[in-house]
Design a binder for this molecule. Sequence first.
Ligand code: TNX
Length: 517
Amino acid sequence: MTFAATTPPLVPLPVSFDSAPAVRLSAQSRVLAPAELQREAQELANAIATRTGLELAVAEGADGIDGDIVFALETDAPASTDAPGSADAYRIDTSGGLVSISASATAGAFWAMQTLRQLLAQDEDGWYVTGAVIADEPRYAYRGVMLDVARHFFGVDDVKRYIDAMSAYKFNVLHLHLTDDQGWRLHSDAYPELTEKASASSALGDPGGYYTAADYEEIVSYAASRHMTIVPEVDMPGHTHAVTLAYPEFTKDTVIMDSVIETAKLFGDDLPVHGTTYTGWGVGFSSLKINDPATDAFVSDIFREIASATPGPFIHLGGDESLGTTEEDFASFIAMASRAVQATGKTAIAWHEAGKAADLAPGTIGQYWGFVEPQPGYAEEARAFVAKGGALILSPADVSYLDMKPTADYPIGLVWANGPTAVEAAYSWEPTDVISGVAPEAILGVEAPMWSESARTIDDVFSLAFPRAAAIAEIAWSPQLSPLRTWESFRGRIASHPQAWQSERITFHDSEEITWV
Ligand code: TNX
């Protein structure tokens, strides 16, 4: 690992960086790439045009001259090919008078393109690419963000903007929380009333919406073109009040527990009523019927339909906060649902409570959402996934939940996860330290969830996500022991990023922890 005395403002930090002569860009500069990388080349030209106004020609080819940007696919991979994430590895080298980018796969070329965008700089003579020799590859293969489109609905264009903003930080998974008490957001051919009857509204009484099959396909393929995998989540057996509006026969009666009454009082919400729209922020009162053949068939049908529309390897079955369900019923439901996912050929992911189920399908991946210092019982539930041959995704709520307020007086966001989450807190945690007794290889990666109870627009979403999403991106991508993997270095490197955010219309929290430039 080598680092030049001054490292440009790269986030996430690359594995190694050395300085080299800069490459001046002009209207004559071209972006050259082999046929397989034309999309990445075009994407780079678009990003350069948005940022600098320079419209570079994109062409197929390998013979660049000074001032060009040249992509190449190398079969002798820059990283060992069997390492996880090696398809993501790339090199950038400006030492020959042009910018040369090499990768062993299109994904690596795409991440190189994102690094290159951060190397764009301007002086009195115009725009240039900061001189650099970079060799880079990710720490984790799974680098996720989640968007809750159930509490508030975000349309296809908003989701595409989220994909663009997050893939710029080398996130490669978008987990969509598609269903919850407040709405069902994906059309089902087999159960059309889910979206006909249970998608019209959102939390706070805001308008709802849903994705048609064509919308979902558009999201999936847009994500794929940005090397992001979509992980669809259908949350069950709890968080299913929306189903009571469409197919009440698959649901249990509503259980109004004290926590729901408390939440309703706190936020002035109405209490949930079985079969009518719910727009509040309570959790845990709804459940599918357990040990009921008709419900089990519904669950299998839904997973089968979603699996056939989803090219990625994962389906998330939820499993969180089933507060009105007995442990026995919960365990039996999770055993059934995790197998129903497996039967589609996909790998199941579940929130960590599902680790309680003794008969969880082997190989299920757990998503841990407790605190960095686990609450009683939570670490044990998380370890159960690993014991059954699965792996863990870490989303500790007190550091990685993007919907927590960044400061106590922030107008939107929640505070239940140990109060507001500062940027420094989001940056300063180590994935391998969270769940003791788990081998580092059992950690598949890291994910930053964005729940949308209080986020009513995509601008709200961005203004909660940035800059903290960039902190999580560095945890997911950069080597743990790199000399510049420090809060002081990060806060310096991120300080100039609003220049790019502004050109992409990305709102952000103007945090006092960072001296913005
Ligand atoms: C907890 S963490 C939830 C969600 C809420 C979120 C708000 C988890 C798996 N469930 O239902 O939206 O808190 O921060």
